[in-house]
Design a protein around this ligand. Sequence first.
Ligand SMILES: [Mn+2]
Length: 300
Amino acid sequence: MAAERWMLQTKKADFHEMARIHHITPVTARIIRNRDIVGEEAVEKYLRGSLKDLYSPHLLKDMDLAVEILKEKTEQGKRIRIVGDYDIDGVCSTYLLFRALTRIGAHVDYEIPDRIRDGYGINESIIRAAAEDGVDTILTCDNGIAAVAQISLAKELGLTVLITDHHDIMQEDGHDLLPPADAVVNPKQSECSYPYPEICGGMVAYKLVKALYEAFSVSEEEWLSMLEFAAIATVGDVMKLRDENRIIVKEGLKRIANTKSIGLLKLIERNDLDKDQITAYHIGFVIGPCLNAGGRLQTA
Ligand SMILES: [Mn+2]
């Protein structure tokens, strides 16, 4: 085997000064600089970002509209169906929304497409089934942004459709090509001014839960009690651990030790993990594959 050759990337900065200001070693300063984190404030947030540095959900385009519609539908007792995805991000998104909508008293169920029978994302048969079941509103998570024909059908059938997603937006003549949904929450829209669009579907869902809980006067403490699932989704969907993602994962890893989720506790137990010592590695390579396996072996 050929000898490995390591090349050291050297972007320029005063590492000793950085180290002094931020109470880190010059090596850490060099690594941070190499990741293009520049400026005292940015470096401080990277190192010591906290929950108060998370962005407001209201910065997401259509967030307030989606909450307004969900509030009305919940109060009217209309049937809401969440349509998620079978991977770790989709499963966590579905869980977050289902738990939150149940909490506020919505008449809600969920559908996760079958990997073999349905393939990825919402499709015509899921939409027809919802209409036949008397569903009033479809709420997608981690999918839906590209389902223009499918959402058009849902609208023809008289359904209300709310999309939450994080996938890239299709372009047509230099403009966003969006499905004709009643609200589209996706930070990648060109008209959305969310400060950090590189978040996963679980994070988008978690933001919606925050806004929904505000609207129903549910405490922030309850919102925070689900944070580990936004963190698991972020690692599982291989998001860059920067900005808001870094904060949510850092906080989520701390919170897993005290999770109230029986399912998560059992997964930790059956994998012989110590819940006080969970790292991003364990989410990415132990817990994550278990959550992904559901949809691969049978149904998510
Ligand atoms: Mn995703």
